[in-house]
Design a protein around this ligand. Structure first.
Ligand code: UGA
Length: 444
């Protein structure tokens, strides 16, 4: 099939490449000429394992190309995925829908005949209904654009795998219209994926929109739950990691997303729980999501707790100390530093007068751009040079498997603070290091 993907950021670029991988003819559309040029040259503008192979393979096969021209999109295909960003508003908790709106504003007047737009972006409930009205006003007489919503659940670092082997596909359609036509088109696009047994949830617009934000709210809640328990563990000397293992064996709870530590960041979970709260207020159900305020507060508190732990490790005051921060990305296998807990902690320590040296295997360029005032090193060992404390803030495999002996002669004091509870505590202690972990003791 011929498809376009409008918006070639994280979601859109991955989606375009993966749809081509499924055998479709795909045109990626983005307003940013530099992004389009890089993608067209086979270069992924961000770090995502495996994506550049898929991109290059499909460019070479002639199944994929990119453009900035919405007219080309309207002429190329009758099916258009919408994958533009929906960031948090600069003021308040709400969601900025301007990119979604300008994308449909650019496309709708240009289409002729019957077209289908498949929204993938994470949006507040009610967005699809409002956009459908907007599109209807903009579409030429005699033409029609059907709008459906099929939210995306991919994780950074696993974007290709999550797109080609999703846990489920969700399709929300206009509750007042017969959805058999659009559902058939979507089923055809994803035929290979559906044939492998992937659940296909068909519902209305509002439910589909809510599925996405509910999933992210649940994941955020799970992380903050274990981090709240870790605050108790800290006070009584209990081991939250063992506790998570033990409760995780209960199939109803499950062990995934129960890793206590520095908490969640990135471009999705923090802004999605806030946008969800803002929307709940607007629809008169604010009380229902009041607990998410606490989820957010527990999460933010973890950053302050790590700063305090580092202060304690230096004897109560970080002023004038050298601190190595290992990790800048909001999680491993990503170069994304949006709302990065690691960089937040680095910034707080710098403000308290510490000399902070940051190293990340992939996120150095983005970190320098967003936080130009911090100091950056070229390797973990360089960041640790003369350090009074080493802090692991993102659990990259490189740090998890680091040998204590490699750093022992580099640092000033053999003190390490594990902000992600990812290190082999016994090995570090055996090598003569003092290891403290965020969230209470690590017994093993
Ligand atoms: C998240 C969701 O997991 C995806 O399903 C969703 O599609 C995506 O948001 C989105 O809305 O686009 P992502 O932001 O890539 O994906 O990252 P996650 O793997 O969810 O991790 C989020 C944060 O939680 C990271 O900072 C991570 O370090 C932290 N985390 C995760 C924990 O602190 N503990 C855990 O046990 C798990």
């Amino acid at each position: 099939m011929k498809l376009t993907v409008i918006g070639c950021g994280y979601l859109g670029a991955t989606h375009a490449a993966c749809m081509a991988e499924l055998g479709h003819d795909v045109l990626g559309v983005d307003v940013d000429p530099e992004k389009v040029a890089r993608l067209q040259a086979g270069e992924v503008p961000f770090f995502e394992p495996g994506l550049s192979d898929v991109l290059r393979r499909n460019l070479a096969a002639g199944r994929l190309r990119f453009t900035t021209d919405p007219r080309e999109a309207a002429d190329f295909a009758t099916v258009h995925f919408l994958g533009v960003g929906t960031p948090q508003l600069r003021r308040g908790y709400g969601v900025d829908l301007s990119h979604v709106e300008s994308a449909v504003d650019a496309l709708a007047p240009l289409v002729r005949g019957e077209h289908l737009v498949i929204g993938k972006s994470t949006v507040p409930v009610g967005t699809a209904a409002a956009l459908a009205q907007r599109i209807a006003v903009l579409t030429a007489p005699g033409s029609h654009v059907e709008l459906v919503w099929s939210p995306e659940f991919l994780r950074e670092g696993f974007a290709v795998e999550d797109t080609l082997e999703p846990d489920r596909l969700v399709l929300g359609t206009d509750p007042d219209r017969d959805d058999s036509g659009p559902a058939q088109v979507v089923a055809e696009i994803y035929r290979e994926i559906l044939e492998s047994g992937t659940p296909f949830v068909r519902t209305d617009w509002a439910t589909a929109e809510l599925v996405k934000v509910s999933a992210n709210a649940f994941l955020a809640t799970k992380i903050s739950f274990i981090n709240a328990i870790s605050e108790i563990c800290e006070n009584v000397g209990a081991d939250v990691s063992t506790l998570a293992d033990a409760i995780g064996y209960d199939g109803r709870i499950g062990r995934r997303f129960l890793n206590a530590g520095l908490g969640f960041g990135g471009g999705c979970l923090p802004k999605d729980i806030r946008g969800f709260m803002a929307r709940a207020d607007e629809v008169g159900a604010g009380r229902a999501l009041r607990f998410l305020r606490e989820v957010d507060a527990i999460n933010t508190r973890r950053r302050a707790a790590l700063v305090d732990l580092v202060s304690d490790a230096t004897g109560g005051d970080v002023l004038g100390t050298n601190i190595a921060i290992l990790g800048a990305a909001f999680k491993p296998e990503s170069d994304d530093v949006r709302d990065s807990p690691a960089l937040n902690v680095a910034g707080q320590l710098a403000l308290r007068g510490a000399s902070v040296s940051v190293f990340d295997p992939k996120a150095m360029a983005n970190s320098r751009r967003l936080y130009p005032t911090l100091d950056y090193a070229d390797s973990a060992a360089a960041a640790c040079e003369d350090a009074d404390v080493v802090v692991v803030a993102t659990e990259w495999a490189e740090f998890v498997h680091m040998l204590p002996e490699e750093l022992s002669d580099v640092v000033r004091s053999k003190v390490i603070v594990d902000g992600r509870r990812c290190l082999d505590a016994a090995a570090w202690r055996a090598a003569g290091w003092r290891l403290v972990a965020l969230g209470g003791p690590m017994r093993v």
